[in-house]
Write a protein that binds this ligand. Structure first.
Ligand SMILES: Cc1ncc(COP(=O)(O)O)c(C=O)c1O
Length: 432
């Protein structure tokens, strides 16, 4: 337990020093000890905190009638139109949108739809992937620490798996050290084809587990999936809406997916929301059938108003392009730090999403959650220095993803805090 009756949810400093957030403004959080710290890892806040356009959208939508997914709601139609017209401009293969409560739900729904359309059961993901905590999305979350059950250093009680999930290898290199990761050679193609054979869908994301986008990888998986009759779902929950520069990560390669799943940043924090974008090719397969899938609070008026406000601000102020502009700064500063800190094992990232993997046990050797793993101790030190960084529940990695509206001064605070905090990892490496 943490903080009275709430069961612990911390992904920052571990149980003992969990910071309590009481407010936020721009790219900063206000803590209950009165300190203002930089929000350094928040993929749901592209426009930062309390953006006036989001506040206004939420206020306006609070005056809406109570509608559920079963009634036609005018602003839901408009949000779908805006999403395709603004974020998917020029992507003529994209034909329709369905909204969900979260990215987890969107992934679950699109995977079961793929199973229904193909009549196949197996699903494919890449190693070290995270796709959500519910339904088939959780099944496709193959990071060992997110097994959905209980863990402590003494015992691991995983939840039983519900789906047949296959994993494919992917290049997990390091942009900073120049390591390109595994080669996409004949052996890789042959094993990947075997895994895709007879599968309903392959779901790929480009950030989780510190695994980033490689255009040739996307194109190769897309081609192999197409020839196996397997749907390719691009999970842009984290990378969408400008996190890596440009609206979506898949646009950095040639191939185009059958579905895109979205969430997190889509509503810029105004409300919970997810979406599936369907290709025209899939829409043709759906013709003459109705998709029997429904949930009361999908596309809630507050979520719809928030999506539209986010799209309008991001497009008019060019926020979706900002990560590309800042990529050089992030690369430069993190390369320096990787060189200066023996506690750093690997740094990779794109745009405004970067992972710093610390020396310690390999992620595959995860043996049960410690109360204060190395990553949390580094985060605790960074917090003392003025930046709130998060972990992904892995014991030896932290990630940086500040709001896209972060100022130069706030970025400097974040870099300084991380630099000082990495001394904790250096000491651990020294002892280790
Ligand atoms: C790539 C990816 N997909 C899906 C999800 C699930 O999103 P949510 O937790 O909002 O349902 C996440 C969450 O971190 C994610 O990183």
């Amino acid at each position: 337990m943490s903080g009275g009756h709430l069961l612990s949810t911390s992904l920052t400093t571990g149980d003992s020093a969990s910071p309590r957030i009481v407010g936020g403004e721009g790219a900063s959080f206000l803590l209950d000890d009165g300190r203002r710290v930089v929000d350094a890892s928040n993929t749901a806040a592209p426009l930062g905190h309390r953006h006036p356009a989001i506040i206004e959208a939420v206020r306006r939508a609070a005056d809406s009638p109570v509608v559920n997914e079963g009634w036609r709601w005018a602003e839901r139609d408009e949000a779908a139109d805006d999403l395709l017209a603004v974020a998917f401009a020029g992507e003529d293969w994209a034909g329709a949108v369905r909204f969900f409560i979260s990215a987890s739900e969107a992934n679950d729904a699109v995977l079961s739809l793929s199973q229904a359309l193909t009549g196949r059961r197996p699903l494919v993901t890449r190693e070290r992937a995270y796709h959500g905590g519910a339904g088939l999305a959780r099944e496709m979350t193959v990071q060992p620490q997110w097994h959905g059950g209980l863990s402590s250093p003494e015992r691991i009680l995983p939840a039983p798996r519900l789906a047949e999930v296959r994993e494919i290898a992917c290049p997990q290199g390091s942009r900073v050290s120049g390591d390109p990761g595994i080669p996409l050679d004949g052996a890789w193609r042959s094993t990947t084809s075997t895994e895709l054979d007879g599968a309903a869908a392959v779901l790929l994301d480009y950030s989780q587990g510190g695994t980033y986008h490689v255009p040739e990888y996307q194109d190769a998986v897309a081609e192999l999936a197409r020839s196996a009759g397997t749907f390719w779902v691009a999970d842009e929950t984290v990378t969408g809406f400008g996190r890596v520069g440009g609206w979506f990560q898949f646009q950095h390669a040639k191939s185009r997916p059958d579905f895109v799943t979205l969430g997190k940043c889509m509503t810029a924090g105004g409300a919970a929301g997810g979406a599936v974008v369907f290709s025209q090719r899939v829409l043709e397969l759906l013709e003459g059938s109705s998709w029997q899938s429904y949930s009361t609070y999908r596309s809630h008026p507050v979520a719809m108003a928030s999506i539209r406000a986010h799209l309008a601000v991001s497009a008019s102020e060019g926020i979706y392009r900002r990560a590309l502009e800042l990529d050089k700064v992030m690369f430069g500063r993190l390369s320096e730090m990787a060189g200066a800190h023996p506690g750093v094992a690997r740094v990779d990232g794109r745009g405004m999403h970067w992972t710093i993997e610390l020396n310690g046990p390999d992620w595959r050797e995860w043996r049960g959650q410690e109360t204060e793993p190395l990553a949390s101790r580094v985060v605790a030190e960074a917090l003392r220095e003025g930046a709130l960084i998060a972990t992904s529940g892995e014991q030896t990695s932290v990630f940086l993803a500040p709001p896209l509206v972060v100022s130069d001064a706030e970025l400097e605070t974040m870099f300084d805090a991380l630099d000082k905090a990495l001394a904790v990892a250096d000491q651990a490496a020294d002892r280790g």
